[in-house]
Ligand binder design. Structure first.
Ligand code: DGY
Length: 320
């Protein structure tokens, strides 16, 4: 019997894949930083029984239809907007993601980004490194307080709740907007539900954690930014296309909002001369929400275990 063939779209630590290598032939794309070219991914998919993919790989209808042996796609992310799940399930392909294991790490990053944006941390670091620090002065790089302000969380999933727990420790008023009300979060975290417009109008920090779907694409348009307080900050650790980026740039230009902390962008990677970099009040980081060594290692192991389970005829642990 031929062994299953698994293609992994980044170079990852081979040692982590020992249990998979016992039951399958495993090939990895040979770069840990560059995505696998589309043609190569298409070619590998044609023979693959399993794919371990990154959020930058498009697993669309074209790819799925040209992969006759494919049984499982394990995506190294909680988000799976890069995968056509409908076509995959029609074709009997199991799609797995990595929920739960990245919740606290991503919440840490969200909070760090909010603090960095409000307290101008990256600007301050550049100021020191460029040798511009001449003397202490009262309002030198003065930002705004985070503690005891209001935070409006859009997308009260597990990460949203973990951010709310952190916000509670900062004495913040917690508002949230979600497709469905989350009574547990309301009781346990003292979070108050608002409709989208109310949340925008009342929050000092609007934190976007909602997944990208047809319903959320461009949810944050110019109108949304205009509704926010002029003193408010927009923080996005969800997906870039939930935001109309042109509208965000216009809102920043017109001082409709005070600043933005962005981990995700419309197109990734963002160009080094992107207009968003021209705003000192924007902190832009390269989609590192879940990027701690511990969490990324756990995510890789979860993908591996999901693939092993499916190849052995068992149910994967975290099916989309
Ligand atoms: C995810 O898991 O979807 C995150 O965006 C990766 O950091």
């Amino acid at each position: 019997m031929t062994r299953p063939y698994v293609f992994i779209t980044r170079k990852l630590n081979e040692e982590l894949f020992a249990p998979l290598m016992e039951i399958a032939d495993v090939k990895m794309w040979d770069s840990d930083s560059e995505p696998v070219p589309r043609e190569m991914l298409m070619k590998e998919a044609q023979k693959a029984t399993a794919l371990l993919t990154m959020l930058s790989d498009k697993v669309d209808e074209e790819l799925l239809k040209s992969a006759p042996n494919l049984k499982v796609v394990a995506n190294l992310a909680v988000g799976y907007d890069n995968i056509d799940v409908k076509v995959a399930s029609e074709r009997g392909v199991t799609v797995c993601n990595t929920p739960d294991v990245l919740t606290e790490t991503t919440a840490d990053l969200t909070f760090a980004l909010m603090l960095a944006t409000a307290r101008r941390i990256t600007e301050a670091q550049e100021f020191v490194k460029e040798g511009r620090w001449q003397s202490w002065s009262p309002f030198l790089l003065a930002g705004v307080d985070v503690h005891h302000k209001s935070i409006g969380i859009v997308g009260m999933g597990k990460i949203g709740q973990a951010v709310a727990r952190r916000a509670r420790g900062f004495g913040m008023e917690i508002l949230y907007h979600n497709r469905n009300r989350h009574l547990e979060a309301e009781q346990e975290l003292g979070a108050a539900y608002r409709n989208f417009e109310q949340l925008l109008e009342e929050s000092d920090f609007v934190v976007c954690l909602t997944p990208l779907t047809d319903a959320t694409r461009h949810l944050f348009d110019y109108d949304a930014f205009k509704r926010m307080k002029k003193s408010a900050f927009f923080i996005n650790v969800g997906r870039g296309q939930v935001v109309d980026e042109e509208a965000l740039i216009a809102a920043l230009n017109h001082n409709e909002i005070a600043g933005a902390g962005l981990d995700v962008f419309y197109e990734e990677p963002i160009a080094s001369d992107h207009p968003l970099h021209h705003f000192p009040q924007v902190v832009a980081i390269p989609h590192i929400g879940s990027a701690s060594v511990e969490t990324r290692t756990t995510m890789i192991k979860l993908c591996r275990d999901n693939i092993v389970a499916v190849l052995q005829g068992n149910k994967a642990k975290t099916i989309v």
